[in-house]
Design a protein around this ligand. Structure first.
Ligand code: SF4
Length: 80
């Protein structure tokens, strides 16, 4: 079974209205920070949010929320 990598993106709150077009394109093309993933690697975006504003408190909580969403969306339906 092919491994699937799930990632979340947290952006600067100053750009909170950004719809993520450049991030999504960079992810698709494996450019910039996403070049650590091979082009043929199965990568799935599971979360997209902002840091919540200075000093970035959402950074502490968003990753855990994203992990819970992965469990809810991808693991719990398989168990139920
Ligand atoms: S903490 Fe402030 S400067 Fe840093 S990413 Fe968040 S909003 Fe931007």
């Amino acid at each position: 079974m092919k491994k699937k990598t799930k990632i979340g993106i947290i952006i600067c709150d100053r750009y909170r209205n950004c719809a993520g077009g450049k991030c999504f394109r960079a992810l698709q093309n494996r450019e910039g920070a996403f070049d650590i993933y091979a082009k043929d690697e199965d990568v799935e975006l599971v979360g997209y949010t902002s840091c919540g504003g200075c000093p970035g408190g959402n950074i502490e909580y968003a990753p855990e929320e994203m992990k819970k969403m992965v469990l809810r969306l991808f693991i719990l339906p398989l168990v139920l």
